[in-house]
Design a protein around this ligand. Structure first.
Ligand SMILES: [Zn+2]
Length: 180
């Protein structure tokens, strides 16, 4: 992604039908800043209008157990990305759904890490086959609950989501290689 100008972002509101909660916009913003902080100085990111924002985040009703999706686009000749997040943990299989029902911070962890992962794609990071990576693809199998629990276990309160790291060393290294 072009860094000659600040990256602009737009985070939409979601409909209650999508399972969206008002705080989810903050989770998406924290996910963006978490990636940005991987470089020194941080990648410059500012809110922008929906029409022209480089990265846009939308909350959509889930389908087929999908957590989220990234779609590339071009705006004014520059690469841009739309990220779609499915915040309804009820639709992500019984293991995730049940744990999310019992533990609101687990539910928020799923939404947050989905944002981090899909925004990783927006920044140009590909999937990996290493379970420790946020960019790991579930297509390689493994325990979905463990993937989320290793982050959830770092949290006491909701505010800790901003402070805890969702990344492996490999995730951080890949991001820094893309944004030297
Ligand atoms: Zn992915």
């Amino acid at each position: 992604m072009d860094r000659s100008q600040p990256i602009t972002y737009f985070i939409s509101e979601g409909s209650p039908r999508s399972g969206f909660k008002a705080e989810d916009r903050t989770l998406a913003e924290w996910a963006l800043q978490a990636w940005g902080r991987q470089t020194n100085p941080p990648v410059d990111m500012v809110p922008g209008p929906e029409e022209s924002a480089t990265i846009r985040v939308y909350w959509v009703e889930a389908g087929g157990g999908l957590y989220g999706e990234m779609r590339g686009r071009v705006v004014n000749g520059r690469l841009a990305a739309d990220v779609f997040v499915h915040p309804d943990t009820e639709s992500l299989g019984p293991d995730i759904a049940q744990r999310a029902r019992l533990d609101p911070l687990f539910r928020d962890t799923v939404v947050y890490l989905t944002c981090v992962h899909e925004l990783g794609h927006a920044f140009g990071l590909p999937h990996t086959s290493a379970f420790a990576d946020i960019m790991y693809s579930f297509q390689f199998g493994g325990d979905f609950v463990d993937y989320f629990m290793r982050f959830r276990e770092q949290l006491q309160d909701w505010d800790d989501i901003e402070r805890a790291s969702p990344f492996s060393e490999a995730d951080e290294g890949t991001f820094r290689a893309l944004y030297p």
